[in-house]
Design a protein. Structure first.
Length: 290
């Protein structure tokens, strides 16, 4: 996630043009404001990475009404100024692994590259960060590759085959019915494709359809959860956790790189060192511990 300050009202420490990168684990490199502003940008940045949408974030020290085209967040810890930060998700090219060297496999490589995908041959091993696996070998080593892709939770697994052969291959797989149902067989949208290039186009159309499917927008209210609660905003287990600062109740990212403290077997997250120090001065009071 790339974040750039486009408006800064004194006495904020950030200036227009200041920028930062927010990585998927919440790590932040750069500068877009003090600790409290950083905590808000980190949490909203993780949310925007999840939806894949650009966000114009307005962080205000006092509550403001909603504004068209902006995400307005009240940050009670700001020193008095208002910030506006444009946040743009930046992702690597989707990685597609293709098994086989058939004319369809060659067409997949050509069309995928034109679309901006990274298309690479199938290799045995970890499938980390692979977005799609397409089996276009017409029978060679398909079953083992499909099972590996399913176990690795690859988002798209497609088998190039006729409906009859596709059903036979799926029936032979030693996987659960739910896993079997995730395989697209035959791969591709039904657009009447006949040539290798048309079939490859139909497969990438199906991949794009799945990637562009609407996602539930994550709502990050400042006062949404109880103080100190860790909440998961999103639809999948990979979504970043968010937590409420037990002092100011601001939503922050519950990740290792956020300011945090451990107490009585629980981890608490904070927007700034001031809130952390106040918590540690009397943990029982703020954690609700008897």
């Amino acid at each position: 996630m790339h974040a750039r300050v486009v408006f800064a009202e004194k006495p904020t420490s950030a200036k227009p043009g200041d920028e930062a990168l927010i990585l998927g684990d919440g790590t932040m490199v750069g500068f877009v404001g003090g600790q409290c502003a950083e905590a808000t940008v980190r949490a909203q940045g993780l949310s925007a990475l999840d939806t894949g949408e650009c966000v114009l974030l307005r962080i205000a020290p006092i509550p403001e009404p909603d504004q068209h085209g902006k995400l307005v967040v009240h940050n009670p810890c700001l020193s008095g100024g208002t910030l506006e930060i444009f946040m743009e998700p930046v992702f690597p090219a989707p990685l597609v692994r293709v098994l086989g060297d058939s004319p369809i496999a060659q067409a997949l490589n050509a069309i995928g590259s034109t679309l901006g995908y990274e298309v690479a041959p199938w290799v045995t091993g970890p499938l980390t960060n692979v977005d799609a696996v397409i089996l276009a070998s017409h029978g060679d080593d398909e079953e083992a590759a499909i099972i590996s892709a399913l176990k690795a939770n690859v988002p798209y697994v497609g088998l190039v085959a006729s409906p009859k052969r596709g059903s036979a291959v799926l029936d032979s797989l030693d996987v659960t019915p739910d896993m079997r149902a995730r395989v697209h067989a035959p791969a591709g949208l039904n657009i009447g494709a006949q040539t290798p290039e048309e079939i490859a186009l139909s497969i990438f159309a199906e991949i794009i359809e799945g990637r562009r499917a609407p996602k539930r927008i994550r709502e990050l209210p400042l006062l949404g959860a109880g103080k100190g609660d860790v909440v998961y905003a999103g639809d999948s287990a990979s979504d970043a956790a968010l937590a409420n600062d037990p002092i100011c109740n601001m939503v922050v990212a519950a990740v290792e790189s956020s300011i945090h403290a451990d107490h009585d077997g629980s981890r608490w997250y904070f927007c700034c060192l001031g809130c952390k120090e106040k918590f540690l001065s009397d943990p029982a009071k703020f954690a609700g511990v008897a």
